[in-house]
Each structure stands twice: as C-alpha cells, then as structure tokens.
Design a protein around this ligand. Structure first.
Ligand SMILES: *[C@@H]1O[C@H](CO)[C@@H](O)[C@H](O)[C@H]1NC(C)=O
Ligand SMILES: *[C@@H]1O[C@H](CO)[C@@H](O)[C@H](O)[C@H]1NC(C)=O
Ligand SMILES: *[C@@H]1O[C@H](CO)[C@@H](O)[C@H](O)[C@H]1NC(C)=O
Ligand SMILES: *[C@@H]1O[C@H](CO)[C@@H](O)[C@H](O)[C@H]1NC(C)=O
Ligand SMILES: *[C@@H]1O[C@H](CO)[C@@H](O)[C@H](O)[C@H]1NC(C)=O
Length: 471
C-alpha cells in the first residue's frame, strides 16, 4: 500500500508524493481538503492521501516521517519534535504548563468483525497476556496469582467462530502493547522530563479512567508502564458503571439511534452508498458480506481490513476461492469511504451538533468542569489520562470544529494543555493537540486560546437536560 507513496526530502522538510500528484506534509495528511465530497471516495488516484495502513506484528511502530496519519499507530507528542505554543516559543509570553487532560483511543487490536463466511487466515495472540485477577485492597491479605486469558479452540465444540487462532475479537495485540509502552515513554519525555508536569512517581494529583472495555484497560497498563517504568505499585483505573458510562455509548439513549438513522437517510449519505455500489457488491459476494450490517456503512469492512494490515497479516481472500482476494485498491477505497463517513458523522451532516450532544455531551461536560476547576484555582489534579474509543475521540474533535476529520485511528490522542501566564485579564491559555499537531479548526489553529474561549467552544455541545433529550 505504501508502494504508491514516495517520500522525498528537500532541505529539512519531507514531503510525500501521492500517486506522483500532490505533495503534502505529515500534518496535511490529516486534512484531505476534498473529503466532504463523495467524489473523494471513488477517486483512486488519491490512494490513502498519505495515510499508512500497514504495520508488522511486533512494534513499536509509527509512521515515517513523524507525524503522518497512521491508522495502525497514530503519532503522539514526542520530545524530538515537541515545540512550545508559538507565543512562548517566540518569547512574546511567559507561561507554565499547569494541567494536562489527555484522551486517547486504545492501541491496535484484533478485529471486532469476523467475515460472515469465515477468515482465510488465523489470528495469533499467544504473544500477549491479557491479565485478569482480583485481590484485596491492601498489600496484606490474600494476594492472587496473576492469571491471564489464554484463548483456545476445542475440537469437541461444534460451533465455529469463523476464524482460527488464539485471539478474542477484539483484543489488544502484542504490537498494541508495544506501541502503548512507546506512547507512554514519549509522554514522559515531554510532559515529565521536559515540562515537569507529570510527577516522577504517581501521586494524588494524577487521575486515570477507562471505558469498560478490556481494550482500553490493557492499553492503560502498557502506556502508564511507559510513563513510569520503575513503579512497583498498582494504580486505580476509574470506571463508571457500564450501564451509565458517559464514554463508549454506555447509557441508553434512543435519541442516539434515531439521530443516526436521520443522518443515514440524507441525500449525501445515499450518494456515498451510490458511488460505492460496485465495490460493496464485489466485496459482498467475495466475502459473503451481503447483509445490511456490512453493506450499510463501511465500519465492518474497514475494521476487518485494518486489523489484518495493522498486525502483520494480509488482506482477506474468499474462503471458497483462495485466488479471489481483496486488493490494495479495494481496501484503499474502503478506507476513503470510512474517512468520509467519520467526517460526515461528526462534522458535516445537518444534525452534527445534536448527534455530538447525545453521544458525547456528558463527557464533554466533565472535561469542561475539570478545565473550569483550573480556572477557579480548585483543581485537585494536574494530569488526567482517559482511555477511550474512536467513537469518543470523533465527537470531541467534532465539538472542537476540526476542519476535516479522518477516522480517529489506533492510539489517536487529544492533549488539552493548560498554560498559566502572568496576564491579569486572562491568565490561562489552552493549546489542543490532536495526535501531536495543534488542531486546525473552524476557530483557527488551537495553539494558544484563552481557556474561557475554549470552554465556550465546547459548551454548546453539553445538553441542558440529557435525560429528557434521550427520551
Ligand atoms: C459539505 O458538503 C455539503 C454537501 O455538498 C455542503 O452542504 C456542506 O456545506 C459542506 N460542508 C463543509 C463543512 O464544507
Ligand atoms: C482525483 O484526485 C486528484 C488528486 O489526486 C484530482 O487532481 C482530481 O481532480 C480528482 N478527480 C476527481 C474526478 O475528483
Ligand atoms: C481452521 O482449522 C481447522 C481445524 O484445524 C481446519 O480444518 C481449517 O482448514 C482451518 N481454517 C483456516 C481458514 O485456516
Ligand atoms: C443513485 O443511483 C441511482 C441509479 O444510478 C440513481 O437513480 C439515484 O438518483 C442515485 N441517488 C443518489 C442519492 O445519488
Ligand atoms: C477464483 O477467483 C479468481 C479471481 O477472482 C477467478 O479468476 C476464478 O475464476 C475463480 N475461480 C472459481 C472456481 O470461481
């Protein structure tokens, strides 16, 4: 897939040549200008618009050059490239980092969606140990054996999952663990060593949370080990009761599905299905993926293909005919269609504000209250790190008004940095990084924004009364 993309270096700046046409920087690979147009999907000369969708089984991995959109392992702040906000860099202002709200998607994993007629390759997860054990809330008393899940197949079980191997679907893969550790090392180098915000050892001013998914929990262990390689104790990973969780669509809300169904009834949505009719028909008959869960959106195809490519496997073939395989061109069109859908869900559909409110409004409200506590001098935490999903990162970037939204990929991250200055009127400024780059948004580049202004941008996405909105 990278064969159509060439890197050239001119002076100190690296550009990618895509299909020999456009030249773009790593950051530009996040913002395909034509994405809000269904013609983008069918245009094969766009390829992956500079994106990377392949990684070996073992990590750590990341795109080259640094900072490029990489579905398998998105970039994150790194000491080598990290620059202070412009006014500080240029000495026009003096400021100190006083708070970091860090949100990230879990790292790479096996797929959620197994092909309806089965997978022609096995997935192996023997190289990773998903731990699961419980003990008392004290160092004394019964200490459990660190048990881990070992998935196996039993030949007496007449049911088949449609795939051979030793994984659960989904589960974190060894590459995901290794990428997570690297992610944490790099965060330590920036926010610990360089900026002095993250403490040398976890203390009462750090706070962690995850969704109820083993993917985010496993990611937390790997990333935080990278932050604190020598730490010996255990740490609390805060979670809400799953039936009311404010991330990963935990609470039930009929307005989520009714809004989604409105979004998927528009002329634009239908046009995107129209331009992909031939592709969906080929994939449907090749892979037995003809029902509406596979045909109605590109979620399942995209999930299935990226999980293979991002863990060192090949694109799938028909189980009935080993020479009838998904081609790189087909996969790239699937990924372009997936990107179009994410941009549509969270940016350009007519109901985007309402959709963000019902899916993510409560969580956005929680972020605002932590930012407000910093403004009020009442914050009890300096570093909050929350492990969530693409379905959370997408609406938050939508609320921030990101210019263009590609699918928030593995390990994608948002860093809300809060800086305190000596200014009397407005001492607090925010910078918002998306996967290491200041967010380019309809409000301008979010590199140095008065914190109260950032709060105002986000506020309109917090519903006054979610309970009645949800019906
Ligand atoms: C996206 O495209 C639609 C349909 O052509 C248009 O109505 C809308 O204004 C566009 N939105 C943006 C943000 O460009
Ligand atoms: C396809 O994309 C290329 C850029 O890669 C652009 O020059 C061309 O105009 C596009 N074609 C269509 C039909 O949109
Ligand atoms: C899965 O394993 C079974 C039993 O060993 C074997 O018969 C089958 O061919 C395998 N399928 C694939 C796609 O490898
Ligand atoms: C989809 O394609 C069909 C047949 O080509 C056409 O009749 C219909 O108007 C198209 N719909 C949209 C929304 O583009
Ligand atoms: C298997 O797939 C290949 C590639 O699509 C095709 O050329 C061939 O005719 C197929 N074989 C059968 C038996 O369907």
């Amino acid at each position: 897939m990278t064969s159509i993309m060439q890197m050239i270096t001119l002076g100190s700046v690296t550009f990618c040549l895509i299909g020999g046409v456009a030249a773009l920087s790593a950051e530009q690979s996040f913002y395909p200008p034509a994405l809000n147009n269904t013609a983008y999907i069918a245009n094969s000369s766009i390829g992956t618009y500079g994106g990377i969708y392949r990684a070996p089984t073992n990590g750590p991995t990341e795109g080259t050059p640094y900072g490029i959109y990489d579905y398998c392992s998105m970039p994150h702040p790194r000491a080598q490239e990290y620059a202070l906000p412009e006014p500080l860099e240029q000495g026009r202002a003096k400021g100190k980092l006083v708070y970091l709200e860090y949100l990230q998607r879990h790292q790479r994993r096996s797929p959620y969606n197994i092909l309806p007629e089965g997978e022609n390759q096995a997935y192996q997860c023997d190289s990773v140990r998903p731990y699961l054990y419980a003990g008392p809330n004290a160092a004394s008393g019964v200490q459990p054996i660190p048990m881990y899940a070992q998935t196996y197949q039993d030949h007496t079980n007449p049911f088949t999952p449609g795939v051979n191997g030793t994984c659960q679907y989904p589960q974190i893969t060894i590459g995901g663990v290794q990428d997570g550790y690297r992610h944490g090392r790099d965060l330590w180098a920036v926010y610990g060593q360089k900026l002095g915000l993250i403490p040398r050892e976890p203390n009462s001013r750090v706070w962690f949370r995850s969704s109820n998914s083993p993917l985010t929990q496993a990611t937390a262990g790997a990333v935080l080990r990278g932050v604190w390689p020598e730490y010996h104790g255990a740490l609390p990973l805060h979670q809400m009761v799953s039936s009311v969780d404010t991330v990963n669509e935990g609470y039930s809300c009929s307005a989520v599905s009714s809004t989604l169904s409105d979004i998927e009834s528009t002329t634009e949505w239908k046009a995107h299905l129209n331009v992909t009719a031939e592709l969906r028909s080929i994939l449907g008959s090749m892979l037995g993926a003809t029902d509406s869960s596979w045909q109605g959106t590109f979620d399942h195809f995209s999930d299935n293909f990226q999980a293979r490519l991002c863990n060192g496997y090949e694109l799938p073939c028909s189980v009935a005919n080993a020479s009838n395989c998904v081609t790189v061109d087909m996969a790239e069109e699937v990924f372009r269609a997936g990107d179009w859908e994410w941009n549509y869900y969270w940016r350009t559909n007519p109901d985007a504000v309402k959709y963000i409110q019902v899916v993510e409004g409560l969580f956005i409200g929680e972020i605002i209250s932590r930012l407000q506590a910093v403004i009020d001098g009442k914050s009890t935490v300096d570093y909050s790190h929350i492990f969530i999903h693409d379905g959370d990162i997408g609406p938050i970037l939508g609320a921030l008004g990101i210019d263009v939204l590609r699918w928030p990929a593995m390990g994608s991250n948002i860093a809300f940095e809060i800086w305190e200055t000596k200014e009397k009127q407005s001492p607090f400024y925010a910078r918002v990084l998306y996967s290491g780059h200041p967010v380019q948004s309809i409000y301008g580049t979010l590199d140095w924004v008065p914190l109260s202004q950032l709060v105002d941008i986000l506020k309109r996405y917090v519903p006054d009364d979610i309970v009645s909105l949800c019906g």
